[in-house]
Design a binder for this molecule. Sequence first.
Ligand code: CS2
Length: 493
Amino acid sequence: MASFKLNNQNLSQIAAKVLVPQYNRSILKTGIVHVGIGGFHRSHQAYYTDQLLHDETTKDWGICGVALLDFDAKIYNTLKEQDGLYTLIVKELDGSLTKSVIGSIVEYLFAPEDPKKVIEKMASPEVKIISLTITEGGYNYDEATGAFNFGNTLIQQDLDNPQAPKTIFGYLTQALKLRKERSLKGCTIQSCDNIQGNGHVAKKMLLSYVRVAEPGLVAWIEANVSFPNAMVDRITPATSALDIEILKESSDIDDAWPVVCEPFKQWVIEDDFIEGRPAWETVGAQFVEDVVPYEKMKLRLLNAGHSVLGILGALYGFSTIDEAASNADISSFLRIYMGNEVTPTLGGLEGVNLKNYKFSLIQRFGNTYIKDQIDRICSQSSAKIPIFILPVVYEQLEKKGSIDYAAFVIAAFAIYSVGVNEFGTQLIIKDAMEIVLNEKAILSRKNPEAFLEIESIFGKLKSNETFVEAYIKAYQNIVQNGIEKSVKDINSN
Ligand code: CS2
């Protein structure tokens, strides 16, 4: 049987096989502009919003998806050809697939093609929320000092050409300026990235930029724009060619870019939306007063857990997270790291059972159907490690707690950054700091401390004797005895 290209016209045929939007997409207002329409946005916020739009009374919260970077042309073109529609494929724990067509993205823009259009859309009175998944690195701060990085050439270009911005900061500044000039209301800027205090960071970075670019706008932003913090969670690996093929074979849907994800999802949000918000709580999101403990729990256990599995897994020669998680030694390492080093830093979580959370993580990491790519997890580690792992190191050093497992992971990352493991497998270093990581990793073969000299990642850690001692011990153990034996060794200490 022929397959149907996913688009509005074919939706009624597709509905015979798969759940499709049961609401009238053509009457929706665009209340949200979302920047960064990769897999995670589409398995998470766009999914929650799609669920909500099934309630007939909700008509104000369609999403306009913005592709910000040249690199995002493919996803933009796909959404354009498919009228904003895409299939979400949930890989259940028993291997079955739950598929649905998601309809909440009703408009899509490609910023490099028409920056003005994006600025106008962000300034449109019906838009109440500008949400972001721009990755950890997208917030443009120096990991060690927390300061906005004006050295970034794109930022300099935005300061020189405010009307044709390239970065999120240039876009937001122009859009908010228009809102102010036109005496329109403000809006909410909602970060959906894995950063501790993501709303606070978004605000701090935007204001740092605006203070230089448009100083007269600072007070208006402070009074008219809110920046809620949130914890976001749903494991969303990169879509493979096989996923696309299986969807076509099993459901006759020809979708150029479906999204695959795990069944679990969580969204804990601070209720601080200055111009109103969708009732996401009716479809499972939690609104809380203080999201900090939830963020810490997720970043330090799930995201750090991913980095541990990814970095160690790569040195073992694995290519997916479930392979690493099912190795008994790596899995014990992870449990001990979570129990002895992370858990002591997680106070103040009323009503959350940490033991159950950690147990469920081990299950989620082990889901053999997800096949989350180790390459995906290890990519941009220079931005992830300072958020996921180092805060635990600093807190533990302060209270004289254990840091040996964290130091081991950093040593493993130094060895990873050479670009090849002890079995001769090439490792892909996809990182904004790729060159410096590789240079320091090579120097570390003679002097392991060289890696810790990357101050924009490790700050002053190289002068902490306790940490350096644990790091060197781990580094030498891995190099001399191999990754497998050294993981066994540390686990048995
Ligand atoms: C991952 C996250 O990027 C990473 O390293 O840990 O993408 C993770 O899968 C998501 O945050 C899950 O919510």
